[in-house]
Write a protein that binds this ligand. Structure first.
Ligand SMILES: [Zn+2]
Ligand SMILES: [Zn+2]
Length: 244
């Protein structure tokens, strides 16, 4: 009976206040995802197929990277390219109070790559950490919110297993060639994670330097495998992102 009353309440609430898309504000159209309309889901998740090792766009069905498989992590899934709609949504998700946008992007990311994540046998979702000082000044961490969203969508636990031990200049403020040095040795494990199969989560990646350094800390702490999931990948021909 309690279930029926709750269901009736949900139906009445939906009739009075139809669920809105977190990305565009339109009705969600009764699509598969509760917080994203069908149109946004189609636009945001559109984009070419990417290599599941390095994240580069496939050419003729093959990875264009000569050194793929990537030495930096075990696999990488991407929601889409950092441009147009996705860039706008990522920037909105960075603002305080925009948790719904981050949750919607995380839900889309997890939904698009559900089969791959299952194949990877992930057991823990881990956000790329923000330095505590920057977190205090901004009041939010998009990576945290995305990781929680993916955790909810997949049913996997979310843990902060890495900490950032020094504040670094924003990656997008630096030339490409300086970005790896900028984050070198900037992360430490919070605790041992022996045997864990981890999914690192961030909003944007460009060179992959931040993900690679986080992976290094997790492997030092005993992780068996470290994969990564990012909302947007800024390819070398695209505009530089805000904070990879
Ligand atoms: Zn929408
Ligand atoms: Zn590749």
């Amino acid at each position: 009976m309690a279930w029926s009353i709750r269901s009736l309440g949900t139906i009445l609430l939906d009739l009075a206040c139809p669920p809105r898309c977190a990305l565009c504000g339109a009705d969600t159209d009764g699509g598969d995802l509760p917080t994203v309309c069908v149109a946004c889901a189609a636009v945001v998740a559109a984009g070419p197929a990417r290599c599941l090792r390095c994240g580069d766009v496939m050419i003729d069905g093959r990875c264009p990277m000569r050194r793929c498989p990537s030495p930096h992590w075990d696999g990488l899934v991407v929601l889409g390219p950092y441009g147009d709609d996705l860039r706008r949504h990522v920037l909105r998700a960075k603002r305080p109070g925009a948790e719904a946008v981050a949750t919607a992007l995380a839900t889309l990311l997890a939904s698009r790559h559900r089969d791959t994540l299952a194949t990877w046998q992930i057991d823990t979702v881990v956000p790329v950490p923000m330095h505590w000082w920057r977190r205090c000044s901004r009041g939010t961490s998009t990576a945290d919110q995305l990781a929680v969203g993916i955790s909810r969508a997949t049913g996997l636990p979310c843990r902060r297993l890495v900490r950032r031990v020094r504040a670094t200049p924003m990656q997008n403020e630096l030339p490409w060639e300086d970005r790896r040095r900028n984050v070198h040795d900037a992360f430490r494990p919070r605790r041992r994670c022996a045997g864990r199969r981890i999914l690192l989560v961030d909003d944007v990646t460009t060179t992959g330097a931040t993900l690679a350094e986080c992976r290094r800390a997790l492997v030092e702490a005993g992780a068996a495998a470290v994969y990564a999931a990012v909302v947007a990948k800024a390819d070398r021909t695209a505009e530089s992102p805000p904070a990879p």
